[in-house]
Design a protein around this ligand. Structure first.
Ligand SMILES: [Zn+2]
Ligand SMILES: [Zn+2]
Length: 280
């Protein structure tokens, strides 16, 4: 099945494209199921992000109405309403309230900020890496990821090893094997909590040149019996809608997974990964 479970449009303040444009592009590309996962929080004037319950709920409801209007035009493509929640200890209460008040199909939980510093772009990203050696920078990120999983107010962990996006620039090539115990700890918690992992293919076109997470992390996930796996491109504009998707599916297969997970109103169902079509 051709699906995209991580995508942003103009309802994310870092995204572009109307709901019609994104759905049209997805249909042209042959997608059978897509899930909008716009950010709950909004970009603030200082380059940081802010979260407001009323405002966020309004944006998701507006998108939900658009999806309901557009869906009948695409009987062969299911259009879902999801979200990407950014974990920060001070936001947990608001995010819980948001989760309770919007009828999401699936929610991604993501770490973009560690101890107040951005790790995936933005004004404080350089400082996070400059002030820490590789062990500390990656180790602390995975600790915060485990904290987010302890909270667990979402369905799927987003871009599990996102810290490598800028990490590779500061410390060179990333080897997940070097952080095996730091990586297995959050994976074990995910299994206890029934949370899934996503294959986020934006890393394929970014400096790491591989999905988030890497092949080794997915192998660990398989060994730890993580049973829910989604795949998404984290596209922020319609033109990059399917970025890295084929590479991501390949990594997923190579890691031993044979199924992906689909959601509906936060209920999940696993389906077989489509067999690779041989090019004539
Ligand atoms: Zn993200
Ligand atoms: Zn995203």
């Amino acid at each position: 099945m051709r699906v995209n479970y991580h995508l942003h449009n103009q309802y994310s303040s870092d995204g572009r494209g109307t709901t019609e444009e994104v759905c049209g592009r997805a249909f042209e590309l042959g997608f059978e199921e897509i899930c909008f996962t716009n950010h709950a929080e909004m970009l603030a004037d200082d380059g940081g992000w802010a979260l407001d319950l009323v405002e966020a709920r309004q944006r998701y409801e507006n998108l939900q109405h658009e999806i309901e209007r557009i869906q009948p035009e695409y009987p062969d493509m299911r259009i879902l309403l999801g979200a990407e929640f950014e974990y920060r200890p001070e936001w947990v209460e608001t995010l819980d309230a948001l989760l309770d008040s919007v009828d999401f199909d699936m929610v991604i939980g993501s770490v973009h900020v560690v101890d107040g510093e951005q790790v995936s772009g933005g004004p404080t990203t350089g400082a996070y890496f400059e002030d820490r050696d590789v062990t500390e920078a990656y180790g602390r990120y995975f600790e915060v990821l485990a904290e987010m999983i302890d909270w667990g107010g979402f369905d799927v962990v987003g871009h599990f090893d996102l810290v490598k996006r800028f990490g590779v620039k500061h410390y060179g090539q990333y080897d997940a094997g070097q952080f095996e115990s730091e990586i297995r700890a959050p994976l074990k918690k995910m299994v206890e909590k029934g949370l899934g992992i996503e294959v986020n293919t934006s890393g394929v076109v970014q400096p790491p040149a591989e999905p988030y997470p890497s092949l080794d992390v997915l192998r660990f996930a398989k060994e730890e019996h993580v049973a829910t796996v989604t795949i998404g491109t984290d596209s922020h504009v319609p033109t990059s809608f399917d970025q890295g998707l084929e590479a991501g599916e390949l990594v997923l297969r190579r890691s031993g997974f044979s199924e992906i997970t689909l959601f509906s109103h936060r209920i999940r169902k696993n389906v077989a990964l489509t067999p690779i079509e041989e090019e004539a």
